[in-house]
Write a protein that binds this ligand. Structure first.
Ligand SMILES: *[C@@H]1O[C@H](CO)[C@@H](O)[C@H](O)[C@H]1NC(C)=O
Ligand SMILES: [Mn+2]
Length: 403
């Protein structure tokens, strides 16, 4: 049976090649069968072959292809001029794509979830990068804000698409400030502020004046220096982009604080955040961390997941903008992500991967690529479950009608 098949295929190939040779300088008229045969022979890349897209996904320059629909779009935001310490995250999207090379559709069944995100209902594409100005942060923020609004409006390909039938984006950063334009677009799209689950060593809710700021004119509320990666959620809060008090959660904190007391934490609480510290994991364990996150956020509320790679210990993820020793292991972060698969994610980012500081084994960008895979898995799994429920309800309705 198998051999027969091969023989038929081989005959098909030969016939096709003869045709091509006979008209060497002419446009070939390939039939659908010819294309099928070519795809069978050459269509599947090895992990190490092919042009680098995330997980070998098809690439579209989504920003210049307004009719291109997708269910989940991977979008790079190569921007790193709002960083307070090490730059380099502009190379993050490239490095994460390269480190996702072993995620092939033929071997990406995720046993913890029972689904292969690349071979399920979802149309997942690599939308390429937003070309962001490196010389002017005000312009950069404008460009990113417009890009997220444009991409966010994109029609989904499938019926099973997410919350309110919308397509979703996962951003490869870029420094953490890229979360601000993403949250702006989400608020506009869903018509409501969005709760944030924020994995990070740092608060990122700092008032911009907590950096050396003697040169900033306080009356310039849109001062360009206010747009920085440590103030991104302070800015989001002042713009009314964050979910209700207590439905925004930090996980993995271990930052030093400003000054001589706990004011940073008090201000963070005032801004509506709940905090889980890096140390907590030793005292309460992964399961309890998951439970706290799910209790705060539930399974219905729309949530934006923003993951700063510095949540992982720099011993395992050294390539980041502001490293802090004493962080979670890569496995702990991945296990927490697996445990929160029930969240209603409407978007996500993975930020602060700064490849110039990575090791030869690409530890940091490998971790980032795996994190994206886990997030994708959970998004696709939820869509699959919702579709099953929808079909079941429809079947029950039609059964009722028949009675
Ligand atoms: C949010 O709730 C906390 C108590 O959990 C409170 O201290 C804080 O003032 C509240 N913030 C706002 C803006 O209402
Ligand atoms: Mn951060």
């Amino acid at each position: 049976m198998h051999l027969n098949n091969l023989a038929v295929k081989a005959a098909g190939c030969l016939a096709f090649l003869e045709t091509v040779h006979g008209h060497a300088n002419h446009k070939r008229d390939a039939s659908p069968e010819d294309i099928r045969v070519l795809n069978e022979k050459w269509g599947t890349d090895w992990p190490f072959s092919g042009i680098s897209t995330f997980a070998h996904l098809p690439h579209f320059k989504c920003l210049v292809e307004p009719d291109k629909s997708f269910d989940i779009g991977i979008i790079g935001a190569p921007f790193d001029t709002a960083v307070s310490y090490r730059t380099g995250a502009r190379f993050g999207p490239r490095a994460i794509r390269s480190s996702a090379a072993r995620q092939t559709s033929f071997r990406s069944f995720n046993p913890r979830a029972g689904i292969n995100p690349y071979k399920s209902w979802a149309d997942i594409v690599d939308c390429g990068d937003i070309p962001i100005a490196p010389f002017d942060n005000k312009l950069a923020l404008k460009q990113m804000s417009e890009a997220y609004v444009e991409l966010g409006r994109r029609a989904p390909t499938s019926k099973a698409a997410g919350y309110q039938g919308m397509s979703k984006l996962i951003t490869l950063g870029g420094d953490h400030s890229v979360a601000l334009p993403a949250l702006r677009a989400l608020k506009e799209r869903y018509g409501q502020p969005i709760s944030v689950l924020h994995f990070d060593a740092h608060l990122d809710t700092w008032h911009p004046a907590k950096y050396p700021s003697a040169w900033v004119d306080a009356s310039e509320t849109d001062a360009q220096s206010f747009f920085n990666h440590g103030s991104v959620f302070w800015l989001a809060g002042t713009e009314g982009l964050l979910g209700p008090n207590g439905t925004n959660v930090h996980a993995g904190l271990r930052t030093r604080l400003s000054g001589t007391d706990w004011t940073d934490l008090e201000e963070d609480t005032e801004q509506g955040w709940h905090r889980i510290a890096a140390d907590d994991i030793d005292d309460i364990g992964v399961a309890k961390v998951i439970e706290i996150i799910m209790t705060k956020l539930g399974t219905e509320r729309p949530v934006y997941l923003s993951l700063d790679i510095d949540v992982i210990d720099p011993g395992m993820a050294p390539a980041t903008g502001t490293p802090e020793p004493g962080g979670w292991t890569t496995r702990e972060v991945i296990r927490i992500l697996r445990g929160i698969e029930g969240l209603n994610l409407v978007g996500a980012d993975i930020v602060e991967v700064s490849p110039p500081y990575d090791d030869a084994g690409e530890s940091t960008s490998l971790a980032a690529a795996q994190i994206v895979y886990e997030i994708l898995t959970s998004m696709v799994k939820r869509g699959h479950r919702e579709e099953q429920e929808r079909l079941k309800l429809a079947a029950e309705e039609s059964a009722k009608d028949e009675l």
